[in-house]
Design a protein around this ligand. Structure first.
Ligand SMILES: [Ca+2]
Length: 503
């Protein structure tokens, strides 16, 4: 996949059409802008507006054409809860001490004022639908009303997604629920990793979230005295890759671009890789070793189908804003909580410090902002909190780790930071710390208890955007490694406040 920005000419037509849509202005234009905050689980930059030629994502592409696409936005840790907790508190993982899926940020930082909570304190009605915080670590004080995790479920007699008879003739949910010790599903935790059925969107979990979100936007439109911060969190394209068959039909297997199925980078420390363990908990996925090509093609199709499914949901949200007369007074932000490896470097999943895992989509549009611009400077997800404050005209709290991206939205040639930092653990005492500069990605893996450096990686993005060759031990780059090491150490107190510099 081409990782550089690409804005197809055809999209400019879409943008023009949008700009000519008759404006329906809110009754009270003096009030603060509303926020529609769309979180998408495990969404990498496999979007048309990010230059992915095989992605069919017209609605997100059109959204990007109404605002600013941040081409190099990085999460702070490539897994759900640490990334989300970081973005929603505006703090780095080391500050809130959230590195896993079950630790709540209020354990280490009880007095944190979260992004939605801050808006609530400033007169907003804050409401959540779907997956905003990770499951089980919701933050009730963030919301004006309790979050709705499942949306408006549709009653149906049809078999639900997951109730599925495999080619082996075994009903998957039953087989996996029983955790059979023998047979084809022995030891698996979940059902199938991918699935398609010819059923309406709203019979899926994400479709039900859209129904609830559209209903809620309609209700909010009746209360013009109170601005809203509505967070909608979609579950796909997170595993399992389940989407209605019409989205699968967009991606015939023979048309899939398989060029990203690559080997591990040359000269890499083993610890940088994963064994794709999350995927391997799903039925019919080999417990170890390489995946058969046909399976990988179906997984790829499934990921793209789920992405197009979510794209359609985003389109329905935008349609609702326009129909309700909210579009001209609503800031829309769309972000994926981290990236995802789709067979590149032999990996299926996240949980790494590579570009594919830490880079994720970030698109922000304001009603009066410049349309269709691409910001190529580095930014981090900790920047989202101060940015939304600035755009809504709220004071930026002084303790946040990030900076406002508003100057970039005013002039996309602006850059507000020289480095983007991410981190990933490989056990209680083993950490990978990574810094992205304009040109390089530099990563160190360190064993804190044993005080040893396990491995070092350097990738030159001017010649190797897919990070296929580790240059850390190449003599020609010795000075670069030294310089980046120094930057990492100098920035550690703010970038990784829990890191112990051991070399
Ligand atoms: Ca996620």
């Amino acid at each position: 996949m081409n990782l550089r920005p690409r804005l197809p000419a055809a999209l400019f037509g879409a943008a023009l059409a949008l700009s000519l849509t008759p404006a329906t202005v809110s009754a009270d234009t003096t009030q603060r802008p509303n926020i529609l905050f769309i979180a998408v689980d495990d969404l990498r930059v496999n979007l048309g507006c990010y230059g992915d030629a095989q992605a069919i994502t017209p609605n997100i592409d059109a959204l990007a054409q109404t605002g600013t696409l941040f081409d190099r936005a990085y999460c702070q840790q490539a897994i759900c809860s640490p990334s989300r907790s970081s973005l929603l508190t505006g703090q780095r993982p080391d500050t809130i001490q959230v590195y896993d899926l079950h630790t709540h940020f209020r354990k280490a930082a009880p007095d944190t004022v979260t992004l939605p909570e801050y808006f609530k304190q400033n007169g907003y009605r804050t409401q959540g639908i779907g997956k905003i915080y990770h499951w089980g670590v919701d933050d009730p004080q963030s919301w004006s009303v309790p979050i709705s995790l499942v949306g408006d479920r549709v009653k149906t007699d049809r078999p639900r997604s997951g109730s599925y008879v495999t080619p082996h003739g075994i009903e998957v949910n039953e087989a996996v629920k029983a955790k059979p010790k023998t047979g084809p599903y022995a030891g698996y935790q979940w059902g199938l990793a991918y699935e398609s059925q010819d059923i309406p969107d709203e019979e899926h979990g994400d479709g039900a979230l859209t129904v609830a979100a559209v209903r809620t936007l309609g209700e909010l439109a009746k209360n013009k005295d109170e601005p809203f911060f509505l967070a909608v969190g979609y579950l796909k394209p997170h595993l399992p890759f389940v989407a209605p068959s019409k989205y699968w039909d967009m991606y015939p297997p023979e048309d899939m671009d398989l060029s990203d199925f690559t080997d591990a980078p040359a000269g890499i420390p083993r610890i940088a890789l994963t064994k794709s363990n999350e995927l391997r908990t799903y039925a019919e996925i080999p417990k170890d070793g390489p995946l058969p090509l046909e399976l990988q093609i179906n997984l790829l199709r499934g990921y793209y189908a789920c992405t197009s499914f979510i794209d359609a949901q985003v389109g329905l949200l935008i349609d609702a804003l326009k129909k309700n007369g909210q579009w001209d007074n609503t800031i829309v932000i769309l972000w994926g909580d981290h990236g995802f490896h789709l067979g590149d470097k032999t990996i299926w999943g996240k949980h790494t410090n590579f570009e594919e895992a830490v880079r994720a989509p970030l698109i922000i549009r304001t009603p009066d902002g410049t349309q269709g611009q691409v910001a190529e400077g580095l930014c981090e997800f900790v920047d989202v909190y101060p940015t939304l404050c600035a755009l809504a005209g709220l004071d930026i709290p002084g303790n946040l780790a990030g900076v406002s991206l508003q100057p970039v939205m005013d002039d996309p040639a602006e850059t507000v930071k020289a480095y983007a930092f991410s981190q990933y653990p490989r056990g209680p005492n083993i950490w990978g710390y990574t810094v992205r500069t304009d040109r390089y990605r530099y990563t160190v893996w360190e064993h804190l208890r044993d005080q040893i450096r396990i491995g070092v990686e350097l990738y030159d993005h001017t010649t190797d955007p897919a990070e296929t060759v580790n240059l850390a031990h190449n003599r020609d780059y010795a000075d670069t490694v030294k310089e980046l090491d120094q930057i990492l150490d100098e920035q550690t107190p703010t970038a990784f406040p829990a890191r112990q510099i051991i070399h």
